[in-house]
Design a protein around this ligand. Structure first.
Ligand code: ZEM
Length: 290
């Protein structure tokens, strides 16, 4: 890993891009797991308690590291480690979010707004002091629309933003040894697209008969694809379904809304100054409502 000029985030993006292709890993790319790392790092945010979020990179420590919801994310962290070691001026919290947005772009997705300035907790004690016990904050794939609204509402997201963000399931797959679920959502899971929404609308999703947790399946072009109960909730719920229909029909609209929502996600809990998304997150926290 090359050491780049201090503060040269474009060069860091270049370093991330160099390691994305990993022929021995999953579908040949670590892009999807990097996106999941940025999401889980940020998705602990609570506008109600005003804690959690992308600052701190708390997943290196204690409860957050051991949280079953984060199973498998050590792969992403380990791949990024050499970049951070060669460039100790960048914080883990900035690197993880930047790697996520770079992966999205490199896989054909939109440019997501990203700003530097996140800090890292230096020690386990510091992480615990700042975050308290941040557990059970991430969504459970076996549940329904009410659960999704609770979880994303706590972060300050609307129905529209929930559906847009869920479009990230056009990337990657479920691993039986991580979440228990199994398989990819789309045929080409290393390409960012609106396929996930199209498939939700067009396929006859049937419960999979197997020993594992309840999930749906359909076979498309000879490939077995999957949906989680939470994915199906987006089409079962009348209000969210409207957005699934829109994003299935209009890729550009999806890209635009996804970029804004993901940009907001990775700003949650970041206290840098009074500009941009940080200001929005603070305002939501102050009003005590999502
Ligand atoms: Zn996911 N997600 N996610 N997600 N996710 C998985 C994988 C990936 C939920 C969920 O339970 C799961 C968002 C929202 C929600 C990604 C991105 C984003 C997996 C499989 C599960 C079970 C984990 C495994 O076994 O490896 C639920 C319930 C969600 C909300 C209702 C949002 C928001 C995301 C980003 C914007 C990505 C990229 C993956 C694929 C990871 C990989 O390793 O391939």
């Amino acid at each position: 890993m090359a050491a780049v000029k201090e503060g040269d985030f474009a060069a860091i993006r270049g370093e991330v891009r160099k390691i994305l292709k990993q022929p021995g890993y999953d579908d040949g790319s670590i892009g999807p797991v990097l996106v999941r790392l940025a999401w889980h790092q940020s998705g602990t945010y609570s506008a109600i308690d005003s804690n959690g979020g992308s600052n701190g990179a708390g997943m290196r420590f204690g409860t957050e590291k051991m949280d079953p919801a984060n199973a498998g994310l050590h792969h992403a962290i380990t791949y990024l480690m050499p970049i951070q070691e060669a460039n100790p001026w960048i914080t883990h919290a900035d690197l993880w979010t930047l790697a996520g947005v770079e992966a999205i772009e490199a896989m054909g997705g939109p440019k997501v707004p990203w700003e530097a300035g996140r800090t890292d907790y230096e020690t386990e004690e510091a992480a615990t002091d700042h975050r308290g016990e941040i557990v059970n904050r991430l969504p459970d794939g076996s549940k329904g629309a009410d659960h999704i609204r609770d979880i994303f509402g706590r972060m300050g997201f609307s129905d529209k933003e929930i559906v847009a963000l869920s479009g990230a399931h056009s990337l990657g797959r479920c691993h039986p040894d991580r979440s228990g679920f199994d398989g990819p959502w789309v045929v080409n899971p290393t390409r960012f697209s609106n396929q996930y929404f199209k498939l939700l609308m067009t396929q006859k999703w049937k419960p999979r008969e197997w020993e594992g947790p309840f999930q749906y399946e359909a076979t498309v072009a000879g490939t077995k694809l999957m949906m989680l109960p939470t994915d199906m909730a987006l089409v079962e719920d009348e209000e969210m379904r409207v957005w699934v229909e829109k994003y299935a029909a209009d890729k550009d609209l999806f890209f635009k809304d996804f970029a804004m929502a993901f940009g907001k996600l990775i700003e949650l809990g970041v206290e840098r100054d009074d500009s941009g998304f940080a200001r929005l997150a603070k305002k939501a926290a102050k009003e005590g409502k999502p």
